[in-house]
Design a protein around this ligand. Structure first.
Ligand SMILES: [Zn+2]
Ligand SMILES: [Zn+2]
Length: 387
């Protein structure tokens, strides 16, 4: 193998010259190709990818492009490998890396900001002002694997040490891929929202971020935690993850139900994960005065919002992009302590060669798929366990 001289490797983890990687051609078109295994630079490691979860954003990128941005534009036909919710094993250390050892099990967060701009300096590296500027004359060193740099639908990937999280031995590979999802919910609630124990939370929309949002809110001591949605089986899962109350919006008016459950007062936070057109207006009416709406989803079209109601009631509205301020480390700590069982949302496992089928399961929610995970090096036992 041909890693540069200042890259440390270990004989227990031999690194081939080339690897299998899925690359995006035209919209919707993925091909499995051979790519050179990349070499880590200063403060970077090479991760051997063991498992990667599929996210709705992957489906968006593969079909339409944004928010991925490669060489300043659309990610198509640029030899780009998507996939961002992966975990694996550190197999090579770039110059100066002593935070991790070869053989460490790690999971990753997506964004290594440029480290220089105002937002990166505030720890808000998912809002880096130099997003995607990592090529040619405008190279600021920004990385967002699976968005602006190569991601996890491959055998190996490069990661900045700032994007790695140690994984407890007691955590399965599949569970470890969910750390970044829980970390995103945590970032919205604590770092951006300022939630403290005893405050009340509604989570609307029981997708992966919503379900783990309810779990994280409960683990943080929020009370009560109320989950709203349209599918009873998802709401039941939310209960197992920590929701105190669930509301099926097909059966009852969610605003009235939240008011009733909170003695007429309303809640301190709404984490909006449904993307429904009227969600902001409904969220506002679920809040008490001075409450906060965290927007983690959005409708596909621009929608009218009752701004006067927000102003008169001192309501804060904030969007959340990804998983800043190392919230993933705190999420992993909760998961390590078994404060909630994130594995409940992992429904299907496929081998990496079967990625297109795995994507179909995720997209069409085949067999009510929630989190679909693809694996490299599928052992026989794991195959059995997945069946
Ligand atoms: Zn994601
Ligand atoms: Zn930056």
């Amino acid at each position: 193998m041909t890693m540069p001289q200042n890259v440390r490797t270990h004989e227990d983890f031999p690194i081939p010259e080339t690897m299998k990687a899925w690359v995006l051609g035209d919209p919707g078109q993925l091909t499995l190709v051979d790519k050179p295994v990349p070499a880590p630079k200063k403060a970077e490691v090479l991760v051997r990818i063991d498992a990667v979860a599929i996210c709705a954003t992957d489906l968006e990128i593969i079909a339409h492009g944004p928010p991925a941005m490669i060489e300043g534009g659309a990610p198509f036909n640029k030899n780009f490998t998507p996939g961002h919710e992966y975990m694996g094993t550190v197999v090579a250390l770039g110059h100066g890396v002593d935070e991790y050892e070869i053989g460490d099990r790690v999971t990753v967060e997506i964004h290594a900001g440029c480290g220089q701009c105002k937002r990166c300096r505030q720890g808000m590296y998912t809002s880096c002002h130099n997003y995607g500027k990592n090529y040619g004359d405008v190279d600021k060193g920004h990385r967002a694997n699976g968005f602006t740099t190569d991601g996890g639908f491959a055998e190996y990937a490069i990661n900045s040490v700032n994007t790695l999280i140690h994984v407890a031995d007691t955590m399965s590979d599949e569970e470890a891929t969910l750390v970044v999802t829980a970390g995103t919910s945590m970032y919205g609630l604590t770092e951006l929202g300022g939630l403290v124990a005893g405050e009340s939370v509604v989570v609307s929309g029981p997708g992966p971020i919503g379900l783990l949002g309810a779990a994280v809110a409960k683990a943080l001591g929020a009370s009560p935690v109320i989950l709203t949605g349209t599918r009873d089986n998802r709401l039941e899962m939310g209960k197992k993850l920590g929701a105190d109350h669930v509301i099926n919006v097909r059966n009852e008016d969610p605003v009235e139900a939240v008011r009733r459950l909170t003695g007429g007062k309303g809640v301190d936070y709404v984490v909006e994960c449904s993307g429904a057109p009227n969600a902001v207006n409904e969220a506002a009416k679920m809040l008490n005065r001075g409450g906060k709406i965290c927007l983690a989803a959005f409708p596909s079209e621009a929608v009218p919002v009752d701004v006067a109601y927000l102003v008169r009631n001192n309501i804060y509205v904030y969007g959340i992009r990804g998983e800043g301020k190392s919230a993933t480390h705190r999420a992993e700590a909760f998961m390590r302590e078994k404060r909630f069982d994130a594995t409940l949302i992992h429904t299907h496992t496929f081998a990496m060669e079967d990625l297109p089928e795995a994507l179909r399961y995720a997209k069409d929610r085949v067999e009510d798929a929630i989190k679909v995970v693809v694996r490299n090096r599928f052992s026989q036992e794991q195959m059995k366990a997945a069946e």
